[in-house]
Write a protein that binds this ligand. Sequence first.
Ligand SMILES: Cc1cc2nc3c(=O)[nH]c(=O)nc-3n(C[C@H](O)[C@H](O)[C@H](O)COP(=O)(O)O)c2cc1C
Length: 199
Amino acid sequence: MRDRLNGLAAIEEALWRELQRATVDRHHAWRTPVLATAGADGQPDARTVVLREVDLDERRLVFYTDARSAKRSQLAERPQAVLVMWSPALGWQLRCSVRCAVHTSGLAASSRWERVRQSPSAQDYLSPLPPGTPLEGAAPDTAAPEEDTVAGEPRQRPVEHVAFAVVEAGVTAVDWLELHRAGHRRARFEGGSGRWLQP
Ligand SMILES: Cc1cc2nc3c(=O)[nH]c(=O)nc-3n(C[C@H](O)[C@H](O)[C@H](O)COP(=O)(O)O)c2cc1C
């Protein structure tokens, strides 16, 4: 079992370091947090996303989504959300309270799309049908999509023709929980300071 960190400052620094690691380590459990949102009708909703970037200075997390998705409209209505993640290796759960800004145009979207459009995951944002559209009849065709190329080069699509959205989630508070044989610990980090909580 790993050594336990002492002190709130050391824990806060370590959890942000782990969040950064999760964006580059495909096997890190925090790479795929659950994003919980409130629907327009007040109904809770939640789904897995991929953590793409962490901005330490701005305390900001970034993920991508389809601009036509339910989560996008939910965040437009209510930008407050929670990103939840659990790492068995660390024994740590994080609940990050966030305020989300969704970008579908401008440099925030176009600079990321430049990278994404070269990758297989570009297909995720090029479907003619919005996510969640009911499909009629037979099961969907699961054959691998044909390469989206023109004369051997990746097809150039201007950012306004794709359903690519970048979500910047500004972290307003972090609830950290450590499960440990020697006793569980919990802390809340908010507004530049931390405090211990009863787990
Ligand atoms: C491992 C995993 C990673 C996923 N990553 C993303 C992601 O980064 N962005 C995204 O929009 N959906 C992602 N999804 C799909 C969502 O969980 C969800 O099914 C989809 O976005 C529709 O959600 P919504 O209708 O609530 O908007 C992922 C699903 C899994 C299982």
